[in-house]
Design a protein around this ligand. Structure first.
Ligand SMILES: C[S@@+](CC[C@H](N)C(=O)[O-])C[C@H]1O[C@@H](n2cnc3c(N)ncnc32)[C@H](O)[C@@H]1O
Length: 321
């Protein structure tokens, strides 16, 4: 199915790809971050009908900032550890611009996987001449459709696939398209596994550890479903028509750590966003507080206690959160 996404028709988890990019755009708009690519992606999505401009409270913007900063820092650490060939697999990448950023280095091979509508829209956007002109992307060749909603350009692959459809193995597909299990690889799934079925998550976790020699996986997901705040979070998301089977199957950080340890990974550690925030430098905390003052501390602590990062590794040491 090669179809441009119709913004009026989208439902279910695909909606979250738009919410996420809109929240990240607000960070750029307000001065928390600089990201020229993200601004352009957002502009193009607005032309396609993305409704933007919703003002979000400082705790949401600060939270998104901590999330984005942590993923960026992690990727930098991975790149510093593996300076030659390396592979990056973004599961549920949505409209993220980090993969495009990484694809500009020849030593990197990038794979993005999301629903076919999202990947098709992304390929159209990356092919847009004003996008390419603005970002000086002329060094790249054209995108080729190498299979149904699977596109390749040089060192960058976009795969349109429902990650809950396990009838074909993602790992075998990746290997067929040139991903090498012997090259250091990292997977990033930023707020994605909660949308997948427990059995699909385990299949991915098992297959990546079984096939890849040197691999790490950074996940960011909701946690602590069992308390009042967690239950309300789930109820509100369900009320918007979105199910979170992965959150129900793995409701705590410990269970999200154990799903790696019990399925072939040598190590897995976790950190709630509250700890991640506390680990930011005082200068960084001060800077973002100057942009928007954080004063709802009780709500902030509660919110950050319900999101966490988990880092799992196999044959990698010295990579931490
Ligand atoms: C909350 S968004 C996060 C997007 C991106 N990782 C980010 O942080 O901006 C969740 C993403 O997971 C994707 N997703 C959810 N369920 C999926 C599935 N079954 N197969 C493929 N992608 C899925 C959605 O389309 C969306 O892009």
């Amino acid at each position: 199915m090669s179809e441009l996404l119709s913004l009026d028709a989208i439902r279910g988890p695909v909606v979250t790809a738009f919410d996420s990019i809109d929240c990240k755009y607000q960070l750029v708009n307000l001065g928390y971050l600089e990201d020229e690519k993200l601004e352009l992606v957002h502009q193009i999505l607005q032309r396609k009908g993305l409704k933007s401009g919703k003002r979000r409270p400082p705790i949401i913007n600060h939270g998104y900032f901590v999330r984005v900063r942590t993923v960026q820092q992690y990727l930098l650490n991975f790149c510093n550890q593996f300076t030659e060939k390396r592979q990056f697999i973004f599961l549920g990448s949505g409209f993220e611009t980090t993969p495009l950023q990484l694809s500009q280095r020849k030593e990197n091979f990038i794979v993005e996987v999301d629903f076919s509508e999202v990947m098709y829209t992304k390929k159209e956007m990356y092919s847009n001449s004003s996008f390419a002109n603005n970002l000086d992307l002329h060094c790249f060749s054209h995108w080729n459709e190498i299979a149904d909603t699977t596109f390749r350009r040089d060192n960058h692959l976009l795969i349109g696939k429902d990650l809950n459809d396990t009838s074909t193995s993602l790992i075998e597909t990746l290997i067929n398209y040139g991903i090498r299990p012997d090259i250091p690889t990292t997977i990033v799934s930023e707020c994605v596994l909660v949308y997948l079925d427990g059995s699909s998550i385990i299949q991915l976790i098992e297959q990546f550890s079984a096939r890849f020699d040197t691999i790490s996986w950074l996940t960011y997901d909701m946690v602590n479903l069992n308390d009042g705040f967690g239950k309300t979070m789930l109820k509100n998301i369900n009320a918007s028509g979105i199910d979170l089977p992965g959150f129900v199957s793995y409701p705590t950080m410990q269970s999200q750590i154990e799903r790696f340890l019990h399925h072939g990974w040598a190590s897995a550690v976790g950190q709630t966003m509250l700890t991640t925030y506390q680990n930011l430098s005082e200068e960084e905390k001060h800077r973002i507080n100057q942009i928007e003052k954080l004063d709802e501390w009780e709500e902030w602590n509660l919110l950050l206690d319900h999101y966490s990062f988990v880092l799992a590794t196999k044959n990698i040491i010295n990579l931490s959160l």
